[in-house]
Design a protein around this ligand. Structure first.
Ligand SMILES: [Zn+2]
Ligand SMILES: [Zn+2]
Ligand SMILES: [Zn+2]
Ligand SMILES: [Zn+2]
Ligand SMILES: [Zn+2]
Length: 489
């Protein structure tokens, strides 16, 4: 079961670090046709196995256990927030769902689960309750979309200042995905879509529900199912790509052909399981880097060194969670013996770990190392653990837009630092306009002559939707790819 390695040539240069928390959510699926609303399909989503999709398939990995009431058992309920399910057990049964007595922004299926979560929630709940008491129109004020987004961002910022800490991702989601009318954003709602549970309307706008049915409802339902099923750490551990050894006899040109060649299990090509969607999200980052470097002809012989260092800027918990998938690069590029993934972003816990590779990697003395630095990129280069990178990557880094908690100029410093590393830079985005904004931002900081050598739709984007109201309703990671050979003129 040996493999012929796909190494072409070597890899990049440079060195430097970065910071910036990152937003990780996909973009509107422009490539796929709008699907007709199909209640049968939604029912199959709710009951939880296979879903009709295009022609990719993949192995079925572990799934969460559900009891007869459709409740999933969660050991880590803070992995994600959804306004219309029990935060603790992720039950979707609406009849028993009750919002928090004080802030009304998070819901539970029973008193027991409410009090179980209370120690985690009480700090932020107290602050939100103060906001509500100070604002008589908290529930019924309407907002234009942009103003609503700004309000949520400013609430996050103020609460972080009061608490003197970064909000956890699920706490930020309490604001990003607050229950509010999808049209006018007032918090008084009278109807929530019973299929996806993810879109609500006020009494004035409830007739808009008919525009929601179809692709939007389908994708949001899929999104909730995937959030529930894959929020357990143990599920991610089981996704190790131990047996994926790409070889020249089974070529692949995009995510679908890769999955067909290497992740196949299902016989019916028209049906994707939740795991199929999930695996595309898991392996998208290393495949995007591999394919991006290949397409831009950056894997020349001297560029791939025995020790290969990748800086992931604006890294967040998704990068940390997906880290083990980088072993795929050791399988794709035989010349690399020591792959060091450096995650850089203030959301992260500092960490250094050497991870167990598969049997074949061990046989070849191949090593996979994780370093995480909880700083911004321009601070990382002065860090004691700094290593010069072969390539810098930003997955949905959104260089044009700092997170609310950060200084608006912080990206300028980091972009200059990225330039000083003199190595290839790959950026992905969830929307083509965001990819363009990143290119413009780099030109504003470094000059108009700094241009990418590749800016294109990414064939190795994920098929797993994430809630993203900015993109309309959901988005997909790594839709667009921009590649610079380096950021110098
Ligand atoms: Zn519950
Ligand atoms: Zn509360
Ligand atoms: Zn409304
Ligand atoms: Zn719906
Ligand atoms: Zn391996």
């Amino acid at each position: 079961m040996r493999r012929e390695c796909l190494d072409n040539n070597g890899g990049g240069g440079g060195g430097g670090g970065g910071r910036h928390p990152e937003r990780r959510q996909g973009n509107k699926d422009r490539g796929s046709a709008v699907r007709q609303f199909d209640k049968t399909r939604l029912d199959s989503l709710d009951s939880g196995r296979t879903v009709r999709h295009s022609s990719c398939r993949s192995r079925t990995y572990g799934m969460l256990q559900e009891n007869s009431n459709g409740e999933a058992h969660h050991s880590n309920s803070n992995q994600f927030f959804h306004p219309n399910i029990c935060h603790v057990c992720k039950s979707r049964i609406q009849d028993s769902l009750r919002p928090c007595n004080w802030c009304h922004m998070i819901s539970y299926c029973c008193e027991e689960h409410k009090w179980q979560h209370r120690p985690h929630h009480i700090e932020i709940c107290t602050i939100i309750t103060d906001f509500i008491n100070d604002d008589p129109q908290w529930y019924d004020r309407c907002y234009l979309y942009d103003d609503w987004v700004k309000l949520q961002a400013s609430l996050i910022r103020i609460i972080q200042v009061i608490l003197k800490r970064q909000l956890e991702p699920y706490e930020m989601q309490m604001f990003m995905f607050t229950k509010a009318c999808f049209i006018c954003h007032q918090r008084h709602t009278s109807y929530t879509c019973e299929y996806c549970l993810s879109v609500s309307y006020c009494s004035d706008h409830v007739h808009h529900i008919y525009k929601h049915y179809g692709s939007m409802c389908y994708q949001m339902s899929l999104c909730l199912n995937l959030d529930v099923r894959f929020s357990e750490d143990s599920v991610w551990e089981s996704l190790r790509i131990k047996n994926i050894f790409p070889d020249v006899k089974r070529p692949f040109t995009n995510m679908e052909s890769f999955c067909n060649q290497y992740c196949h299990i299902r016989e019916n090509l028209d049906y994707w399981s939740f795991s199929d969607y999930h695996i595309t999200d898991y392996i998208s980052d290393p495949l995007t880097l591999y394919n991006g470097m290949q397409s831009a002809h950056l894997f020349h012989p001297e560029a791939i060194t025995n020790t290969f260092v990748i800086h992931i800027i604006a890294a967040n918990n998704v990068d940390r969670r997906n880290f083990l998938a980088w072993e795929l690069l050791l399988h794709l590029l035989n010349r690399i013996t020591k792959l060091i993934i450096v995650l850089i972003g203030p959301e992260l816990e500092p960490e250094y770990n050497e991870h167990q590779t598969c049997f074949y990697c061990k046989e070849d003395n191949k090593r996979l190392i994780l370093e995480a630095s909880s700083v911004l990129y321009h601070d990382y280069v002065f860090h004691i653990n700094y290593r010069r990178p072969n390539v810098i990557v930003g997955f949905q880094a959104e260089l044009h837009r700092p997170l609310p908690a950060l200084n608006p100029d912080s990206w300028s410093e980091s972009i200059k630092t990225m330039q000083s590393q003199k190595c290839p830079v790959l950026l992905t985005a969830t929307l083509s306009c965001k990819a363009d904004y990143d290119i413009t931002m780099i030109q504003q900081v470094l000059g108009p002559s700094v241009k990418p050598i590749l800016s294109t739709f990414n064939d190795f984007r994920t098929f797993r939707p994430y809630r993203d109201f900015e993109a309309g309703y959901v988005s997909f990671r790594n839709i667009y790819l921009t590649v610079y050979d380096n950021l110098n003129v």
